[in-house]
Ligand binder design. Structure first.
Ligand SMILES: Nc1ncnc2c1ncn2[C@@H]1O[C@H](COP(=O)(O)OP(=O)(O)OP(=O)(O)O)[C@@H](O)[C@H]1O
Ligand SMILES: Cc1ncc(C[n+]2csc(CCOP(=O)(O)O)c2C)c(N)n1
Ligand SMILES: [Mg+2]
Ligand SMILES: [Mg+2]
Ligand SMILES: [Mg+2]
Length: 332
């Protein structure tokens, strides 16, 4: 291929190979794709967009941009207990995008399409005078009626999170050249978490029938928990010192307590946040071992509304904001 991308050559050479495993993708040569859903299963569909300078740094490696795009969407499917099988990609590439950039982007897509055993079944390729803008729609399957929902939390449920919280938001600071007091090793670990989320694709489906309500954390733990609470008509208490932090995040907060707010509200975590009845604890600890995922109880669901974050003395932690917002107008 020449150094100038051609729309149809791009699709045929870079994207069509990623469709080969799914017959309904028709080799990316038709107007639409055909989806199969086995009897007794439901289709779970989600879409998230990513814009250069808003969701990732314009100079981030193109393969990691592609993999992050897939992974933020697989995180939403995992949060519903769904097993992913296909994605659609709508890509708006800046008019001056290079062939080298596109080739590396497609290599990133290929890597994660293979590692998550999914197929790229269609999409759209356009040019834009604006920043690189990507949108990915992900399809998963779940046993009919069994998807994990935000609206199923009950008063008295325990509140759990997977993995560690805050690495993505601190990783953005590290990737932007900040957090210079930290060791280079910790900075690299955080930046890696920002650039390459680890969606809980194995854990999510295993939580079906064990967790009551679930969602993934993308906008910040406190804001996202607020959404789960509103959907369920309940409140929640989070014990801040139970929130699991990586060694790097612990080092950041130890050096500057005010960074705890970044951890709790910064977003880009792509971990699962879920509730379960107290009797589910042993089963969850078994699932944690079997899926090699750390699971931590961080609080509980209460009567009432809203999220309260308490410090180890039982005092409310005041947070300047609850999480990421694209617009900061008055709430509707
Ligand atoms: N433009 C839109 N049109 C229709 N539905 C939308 C639109 N934007 C968001 N939604 C819906 O609103 C709900 C919340 O969306 P939101 O994007 O906050 O969830 P999320 O993907 O879990 O979070 P994040 O985008 O931070 O990863 C979802 O059901 C989503 O499908
Ligand atoms: C360069 C850069 N600046 C800021 C952020 C933080 N950020 C942007 S969108 C978002 C929430 C998820 O997105 P959405 O709700 O749009 O799906 C977060 C936490 C970032 N990731 N990169
Ligand atoms: Mg979204
Ligand atoms: Mg989500
Ligand atoms: Mg999302």
């Amino acid at each position: 291929m020449s150094t100038q991308p051609d729309e149809f050559a791009l699709i045929a050479e870079l994207f069509a190979p990623l469709a080969a495993s799914y017959p309904g993708a028709l080799g990316l040569t038709d107007d639409a794709a055909l989806l199969e859903v086995p009897d007794g299963q439901q289709l779970v569909v989600t879409v998230d967009a990513m814009v250069a300078g808003v969701h990732f740094l314009p100079d981030d490696p193109p393969d990691l941009v592609a993999r992050k795009l897939i992974r933020v969407n697989l995180s939403d499917l995992a949060a519903k207990g769904a097993v992913p099988f296909a994605v659609l990609l709508a890509a708006s590439f800046p008019t001056d995008v290079s062939m080298a950039w596109l080739t590396t982007f497609a290599a990133g897509l290929k890597q994660d399409v293979e590692s998550y055993a999914i197929a790229l079944i269609g999409g759209d390729t356009v040019s834009t005078p604006g920043p690189l803008t990507l949108s990915l729609t992900a399809f998963g399957r779940v046993e009919a009626g069994r998807a994990l929902l935000r609206r199923h939390a009950q008063v008295g449920d325990r509140l759990w999170v997977s993995g560690t919280i805050g690495d993505g938001a601190l990783g953005l600071l590290a990737a932007q050249g900040g957090l210079l007091d930290l060791s280079a090793e910790h900075r690299d670990a955080l930046a890696d978490r920002y650039r390459l989320p680890r969606p809980r694709s194995l854990l999510g489906p295993r939580l079906v029938g064990v967790a009551r309500a679930a969602m993934d954390v993308s906008d910040g733990l406190v804001q996202d928990l607020g959404h789960l609470c509103r959907a369920s008509g309940v409140g929640a208490v989070v014990e801040a010192d139970k929130v699991p932090l990586s060694a790097a995040a612990r080092a950041v907060v130890a050096a500057d307590q005010s960074r705890l707010a970044t951890v709790l509200t910064g977003g880009d975590d792509y971990e699962l946040l879920f509730t379960a009845p107290r009797e589910g604890t042993d089963l969850l600890l078994t699932l944690a071992r079997e899926t090699d995922t750390s699971l931590t109880e961080i609080g509980c669901i209460t009567a009432g509304t809203g999220v309260t974050v308490l410090d180890r003395d039982g005092q409310a932690v005041l947070l300047p904001r609850q999480g990421w917002r694209h617009f900061r107008g008055e709430p509707a």
